[in-house]
Design a protein around this ligand. Sequence first.
Ligand code: ADP
Length: 451
Amino acid sequence: MTFSKVLIANRGEIALRVIRACKELGLKTVAVYSQADTDAMHVHLADQALCIGPAAPADSYLNQHTILLAAMASGAEAIHPGYGFLSENAMFAEAVEQLGLHFIGPTADAIRTMGDKVAAKRAMLAAGVPCVPGPDSALPNDDAAIFDVAEAIGYPVIVKAAGGGGGRGMRVIHDKSGLLAAVATTREEARRAFGNPALYLEKFLVHPRHIEIQILCDQHGAGVWLGSRDCSMQRRHQKVLEEAPAPGIADMALRAVGERCVEACRQIGYRGVGTFEFLYEAEAFYFIEMNTRLQVEHPVTEEVSGVDIVKAQLLVALGEPLGITQDDIVSVGHAFECRINAEDPFTFVPSPGVLSSWSVPGGHGVRVDSHMRAGADIPPYYDSMIGKLIVRGRDRTEALARMRVALAGFEVEGVKTNLPLHRALFDDAGFIDGGTDIHYLERWLPQRAVT
Ligand code: ADP
């Protein structure tokens, strides 16, 4: 099946990223927007734009019915979901294909399997992908059996919701006294938040890094991995900045895990782009989940691999063969991405409002992916990310220096941003050394020096 007109079921910088890639390929674009986004950049950049409802995400960007109607009305033949919103919704992917349209992403079945963390773990073990120690089956309901599972793993353990996401639905348990209560609370939370009470237990890793592998597969059984990213700088499980490649990990070790990821894709018949997320501790990788979509941090991989991931995603969706093999993928230099959020840099409270000025840095190796411009209104209803600052250097040291200069030259007025946080981080000795664990940022925050 082929298509020539794509509806982008998203907003913000990712909608622009997708619209531009479509245009480069000669594909027509349809934007959808909420009443809060009537003057948003994606509305202006697309060939056509349709309002899909009120500001609240549930009434617009998450409203499957209206988005499908917009696709039919505009004659779009494919839907790109971006990230967030409906991008990992198997029912939506199914509904799109039932209408005879193309969902730019994996099959609904693949989304469903990977959306169930127990099923995902089972599929990964079958493909030889290293996983966190713990059973690849849901936790039984019987108290004695729960104790047995935890004892067999060894404390500390973490109880997680099979249907969990966004860093919710999990609890760490340090010894057996807290086990049953934690399981009961998490089960209730899982039932309410995800509509699925299934839980599983695994070893809690105390000082891991977050390392991920980007993959790209066509519809003909070919796949490649495009390198590694380190996304350990997190606050409340939200990534703050990312880099590629992951520093200080031997190429051989990355290659071994990358090859397993590609093998797993082959076994589950995966198509399109995806990311395997791992915790990394004591030189070992432990799979935690797969994201079956484009990710916010895809640009750092683009910068070091030279592959336009969004264009590649569209081309494989059009049925094109990959046209590259693993030997063609070479990682050159180093890249960082800072997520620029409209929020207080100390309290992290979102800071919506009107941007009175917006002046972005530029120059060699500097890229800004953003939907902002001076005078733009940042509505309070959506994610507070207003752009991404990405830099590339010939090595990590050059990229660090380039990011410092770029951050110093980034001027935003009218709303608060986390730019001061990024500036302080890029002057921090621990971060500069590289290889910090996922708790580093939260330990650092109380004693930081922000300028
Ligand atoms: P979600 O889908 O909610 O993002 P993940 O399984 O990706 O859930 O886990 C989110 C975060 O929780 C991880 O990035 C890590 O910080 C922490 N985490 C998850 N599993 C473990 C584990 N076994 N040991 C230590 N930390 C973990």
